[in-house]
Design a binder for this molecule. Structure first.
Ligand SMILES: NC(=O)c1ccc[n+]([C@@H]2O[C@H](COP(=O)([O-])OP(=O)(O)OC[C@H]3O[C@@H](n4cnc5c(N)ncnc54)[C@H](OP(=O)(O)O)[C@@H]3O)[C@@H](O)[C@H]2O)c1
Length: 328
């Protein structure tokens, strides 16, 4: 879905936490294209991994990188000062649960939960108009007692005991964090809107990416969504006055088996491998579609992801030229 430049916004300043991340980089890019002034928080503004942000169109004039850590309340308060809105995307994301094993609290729970509370409290204190929080489908669907015939929608919540018992610390942390965000926002009268994306794939703006394996995902069926659609969904719910509550973010036919993913990729790029089949779940995405978001087809997202990884040097370029492959 292309950015709608006919709705240029000027004079608004917004803050994006974790600005150099995979999703946040696209949010920053689109916000700048729309004319916003952006304050992006990063842990170290001098780190070369943030350099791509300074190259974005409009960055020289309207992007300021601010040093902030989710566990440093004062740094967040400083970053949100003078902002009309906040996009809270920063949170630990890992595809390597082994490295988490002995440090679940410090590495995952503390930054996700305490960090989110800090963001909400600091945003309320800075009197921002709206906070958009990047949650996850992981806060919605992890419930073994839900019948597979039930359509999963924004009313559903993951079962915390189940996440804990299955050691899915990412979903556990995001669920506790989202619940905390709702509680803190309600207590402070802060306008909060939440986006719950499925697994985000697509073109990278930033130079680095996670290096682990998809083996770490609990389900062999998974919903996928293009990073640009997720970024646009954030801006859409920020800009639509009537937007409220949670928004599941993925296309309705994007839930596919990992085998199908690899099968699709193998067609595009024959040198990559394949696994087995399982039953998909059903979910509703009509809330975000009703706001006007048009999703990129999952095959296109998969293709773009691999091309992007190749372009950034994270995957070897195939020896034969497959660029003429028809993705439709
Ligand atoms: N990728 C997905 O499939 C997906 C799906 C659903 C939801 N989400 C959510 O989307 C958000 C962004 O994810 P992403 O995929 O874009 O991940 P990402 O590229 O790893 O970005 C995460 C960002 O959070 C920052 N961060 C982590 N801990 C922090 C702390 N203590 N203080 C300040 N910043 C901190 C990181 O900064 P450093 O670079 O300094 O570490 C990084 O910029 C997360 O909230 C994630 O849960 C992601």
């Amino acid at each position: 879905m292309p950015i709608d430049s006919s709705t240029q916004v000027s004079g608004q300043t917004v803050c994006v936490t974790g600005a150099a991340g995979f999703i946040a980089s696209w949010i920053v890019k689109f916000l700048l294209e729309k004319g916003y002034s952006v304050k992006g928080t990063v842990r170290n503004p001098d780190d070369p991994k943030n350099a791509h942000l300074r190259e974005l169109e409009g960055a020289k004039e309207r992007l300021a990188l601010c040093k902030a850590d989710l566990l440093d309340y004062e740094s967040l308060k400083e970053a949100f000062n003078g902002c009309d809105g906040v996009f809270h995307t920063a949170s630990p994301v890992t595809d390597d649960p082994v490295s988490l094993f002995n440090n679940i609290f410090e590495k995952m729970l503390e930054p996700a939960v305490i960090g989110t509370k800090n963001v909400i409290v600091a945003a309320a204190e800075a009197k921002v108009r709206r906070v958009v929080f990047t949650s996850s489908i992981g806060t919605v669907y992890m419930d073994p007692n839900r019948s597979p015939d039930i359509v999963v929608d924004e009313h559903c919540w993951s079962d915390l005991e189940y996440c804990k018992n299955t050691k899915n610390w990412y979903c556990y942390a995001k669920t506790v964090a989202e619940k905390a965000a709702w509680e803190e926002a309600k207590a402070r009268g802060l306008d909060l809107v939440v986006v719950n994306p499925m697994l985000v794939i697509g073109t990278l703006l930033q130079p680095t990416y996670l290096t682990g394996s998809v083996k770490t995902y609990a389900n062999s069926v998974q919903g996928y969504v293009d990073v640009r659609d997720v970024a646009l969904a954030h801006i859409l719910v920020y800009e639509t006055p009537s937007a409220s509550g949670r928004y599941i973010c993925a296309d309705s036919d994007s839930i596919i088996h990992r085998g199908e993913v690899v099968e699709t990729l193998t067609k595009f790029f024959p040198e990559y491998p394949i696994p087995t089949k399982a039953k998909p779940y059903k979910y509703s995405n009509h809330k975000i579609k009703d706001l006007g978001l048009k999703f990129t087809p999952v095959r296109q997202c998969l293709y773009d992801s691999v091309k992007s990884l190749q372009e950034k040097g994270h995957l070897p370029i195939p020896t034969q030229n497959q660029s003429n492959f028809n993705i439709n």
